[in-house]
Design a protein around this ligand. Structure first.
Ligand code: URA
Length: 440
């Protein structure tokens, strides 16, 4: 078999065989196929697309390119969740404890942030002492004892994806629905859970900017998961404006704790309740309505908060910071952004807001960037709010005042004001499952 023939076949719009796909992935990982040939194949796939069968086979090949996590040491049903990424997305820290409190185990591997998007692992590491690297035995032990554990991805999880993603990143081939689906689901299948709930974000801060594209990606990933024998569904949720009011690592832990105490912003709470209910439904806990009720009760009773506290303690984190989040790292300098004129705030561009937060030190410009856990943005107004000239729209936090001018300019570029009240945007647009697409 030759890589050249596989590239030519995809270039001409033909379907590759299972054998050809497995050959491409395994030879690329072993170094037999060079980057330039894989780049040519990825570009051909970008333009020609991939059939459902090709996508399913490639996902399995990516999943099996490294360690397949064995969660058999953890008792009971294990549910996984994946967000396609966004700004202010602290849902995993809220949803996982809710699901655990309802009797479904969460043994979760999460990622780090890059560019305008944040990552759960960075947020948890803002809790002093919290360990995101555990041995396999420790990981299973924490889940068995507390119902949940959140750790970073192990070194050899889906190495084919790591190599292909780095190549896609520099060859303008990230933005392809089948390639994104293969990349995400390859890692999810390797992570070894029984069910997978996907949070496909849509809007200005998401990979997928339109509802149509988000539904297509969700359909593709649900088909892959179900074909692999995993119960899989997706919720399409809003990432046109940042989720909640806090952006930044320690700030997001703080806001997650607020919601776990049954307080916090309504938008964040609603999305989290639906994601938790989606995971519980896939795990056989009842209908979506019944699962929503279970999730609400887990917040109200304090059971979800207790699970989070137990996980933080089990992973070495300072629980005093969870009991009193004002003890979490906080940047020493604050800068208020005030409205220059009156009007309704109609939009906050999520990507620009994420970049402003990165400029303050809360995000990574490159993989090597060092994070400032205490930096970030507190939003004081959200779309739909009326603002008067001089009202505080947001507070920026940073380790030095010299970081404020660029971040302020970027943040201001994200804002739109208008004399007209904007229509309220949906938080959850729909659900995609093996039963089809349901738009709300
Ligand atoms: N997230 C991933 O893990 N892979 C992609 O290709 C895009 C987003």
């Amino acid at each position: 078999m030759r890589a050249y023939d596989c590239i030519a076949k995809k270039r001409d719009g033909e379907e590759l065989t299972e054998e050809e796909i497995r050959y491409l992935i395994s030879s690329y990982v072993s170094g037999k196929i060079p980057d330039y040939q894989m780049a040519a194949f990825l570009m051909a796939a970008y333009f020609q697309g991939m059939t459902d069968r090709e996508t399913a086979v490639m996902t399995q090949a990516v999943a099996h390119s490294g360690d397949m996590v064995d969660l058999s040491g953890i008792q009971g049903v294990k549910a996984d969740k994946h967000s396609t990424g966004g700004v202010g997305d602290k849902t995993t820290m809220i949803v996982a404890p809710i699901v655990a409190a309802c009797g479904v185990k969460v043994a979760k591997m999460s990622g780090r942030g890059l560019g305008h998007t944040g990552g759960t692992i960075d947020k948890l590491e803002a809790i002093p002492g919290f360990r995101t690297t555990l041995s396999k035995v420790e990981f299973a032990d924490v889940v068995n004892r507390t119902g949940l554990s959140i750790v970073g991805q192990s070194g050899n999880l889906a190495p084919a994806d790591k190599k292909m993603y780095a190549l896609r990143d520099v060859t303008a081939t990230v933005d392809s629905i089948p390639l994104i689906a293969v990349s995400i689901m390859g890692k999810k299948l390797a992570a070894g859970n029984d069910s997978i709930l996907l949070d496909v974000k849509t809007g200005s801060g998401a990979f997928m900017k339109t509802l149509d594209a988000s539904v297509s990606l969700a359909k593709c990933m649900v088909a892959i998961g179900e074909a692999a024998g995993k119960r899989t569904a997706a919720l399409i949720t809003n990432m046109d404006v940042p989720l909640g009011n806090y952006i930044g690592n320690a700030l997001e832990v703080k806001e997650a704790v607020q919601v776990l105490k049954d307080r916090g912003p309504a938008d964040l709470k609603q999305v989290c309740l639906h994601l938790a209910a989606g995971m519980l439904e896939l795990s056989g806990k009842g209908s979506m309505e019944e699962c929503l009720e279970l999730a609400r009760e887990a917040l109200k009773s304090g059971a979800a908060f207790e699970r989070f506290l137990a996980m933080v303690e089990a992973q070495g984190g300072d629980t005093a910071c969870i009991l009193d989040p004002d003890r979490l790292p906080a940047a020493p300098f604050r800068h208020e952004i005030k409205a220059e004129k009156e009007g309704y705030l109609t939009h906050i561009d999520t990507e620009a807001c994420g970049i402003a937060s990165m400029l303050l030190g809360a995000g990574r410009e490159t993989k090597e960037s060092v994070l400032d856990y205490g930096a970030g943005i507190i939003l004081k107004k959200k779309p739909g709010d009326w603002v008067k000239a001089g009202d505080v729209l947001a507070v920026l936090l940073a380790s030095g005042e010299e970081l404020f001018p660029d971040a302020e300019a970027k943040f201001r570029s994200a804002l739109k004001l208008s004399p007209q009240r904007p229509e309220a945007e949906k938080l959850i647009y729909g659900k995609v499952s093996r039963d089809g697409v349901e738009l709300f």
